[in-house]
Design a protein around this ligand. Structure first.
Ligand SMILES: [Fe+2]
Ligand SMILES: [Fe+2]
Length: 322
């Protein structure tokens, strides 16, 4: 009948949608679209965190109905657990709302914000980059995820002074800060012994290469943050030897999270330090690292908010180079 559109689910759609690649924690399928209204299903894997961000329009409206699974909605004042049959909507929200998935979830998602095309485009680009990293160096993948985890925890305590970049952009930059290592020859990247000066100079190109790879995909801010992750406040970092005034808080956080993971990961040429001793040493390196950031890290470690993950992939895969 004219005007009637039927969407038949592919066999086992729900099951396969929960078997998405390990690296993508969420997946969106478009069921119907009319003008600027989109109706989608969204799957989110257990453990993943998804953020609802303020829309670009004042009348932005996003509705979610939980078909299966369990999620926790966290905002400033409360935490609410929702499950099958529950629903919620966001209408012109002013700040990010965190959704933490407790059990693999499938939700019906309706939006008037043209979410699908944006997310689909991002997922494609993210997946391409993840594949490039994995092909080159398994360590970098594990390292990137751990650095992101530390950086998020630190940023949550310093949100009021993170003015440069949105939370979402910060996440992408942390995850892909080392993507420029794709251009480092494997014999250098995976060399198990000390590098020569020339080899080290090749490694030192990777922040600039991260910038060049990411800029066309994600724009100036995200790529610039990745370019800064080996700078140091005293100007002794690379590639540009920037000094404190030129290094925003978001980059200071990424620098510390990155160094912390390098110090606490077991590598062929490096014994893994304990979290406590690494955080204490970083807190003492006041010339290189932001004191506010290293104090937060030390507090997170001391209070048990960052716990040693014995299963973390970086400890098992002893290859690659920071
Ligand atoms: Fe790096
Ligand atoms: Fe790194």
């Amino acid at each position: 009948m004219e005007g009637l559109y039927i969407h038949k689910a592919k066999k086992d759609t729900m099951a396969t949608s929960l078997n998405v690649e390990d690296d993508i924690d969420e997946s969106l399928s478009l069921l119907a679209k009319h003008q600027n209204i989109e109706i989608m299903t969204q799957t989110i894997l257990k453990g993943a965190v998804v953020w609802l961000s303020p829309g670009t329009r004042e009348d932005s409206f996003e509705f979610f109905f939980v078909h299966e699974g369990e999620l926790e909605i966290v905002d400033d004042s409360m935490t609410t657990v929702i499950g099958p049959g529950d629903s919620f909507f966001a209408n012109n929200i002013k700040q990010n709302i965190k959704l933490h998935c407790l059990k693999n979830a499938v939700m019906l998602y309706m939006s008037n914000c043209i979410a699908y095309d944006d997310v689909y485009y991002w997922e494609q680009n993210l997946q391409d980059l993840i594949n490039r990293i994995n092909e080159k160096d398994h360590y970098t993948k594990g390292h990137s995820h751990r650095v992101l985890g530390y950086a998020i925890k630190i940023r949550e305590r310093l949100e009021s002074v993170c003015k440069w970049m949105s939370y979402d952009d910060f996440v992408v930059a942390c995850l892909f800060h080392d993507v420029g290592k794709c251009n480092v020859p494997s014999e250098i990247l995976l060399k198990p012994s000390r590098l020569t000066n020339d080899e080290y100079n090749v490694i030192k190109k990777h922040p600039l290469d991260s910038y060049r790879i990411l800029e066309p995909v994600f724009g100036e801010a995200i790529s610039t943050l990745t370019r800064m992750h080996h700078e140091r406040l005293d100007g002794r970092g690379y590639p540009y030897g920037l000094k404190a005034d030129d290094i925003p808080m978001e980059a200071r956080i990424l620098m510390v999270a990155d160094a912390f993971d390098a110090m606490t990961s077991k590598r062929p040429y490096n014994v893994a330090r304990t979290y406590q001793s690494a955080a204490e040493e970083l807190a003492g390196m006041t010339a290189q690292y932001d004191v506010q950031v290293t104090r937060v890290l030390l507090d997170l470690v001391t209070s048990g908010a960052i716990i040693l993950d014995e299963d973390n992939i970086g400890r098992k895969i002893a290859e690659g180079r920071m």
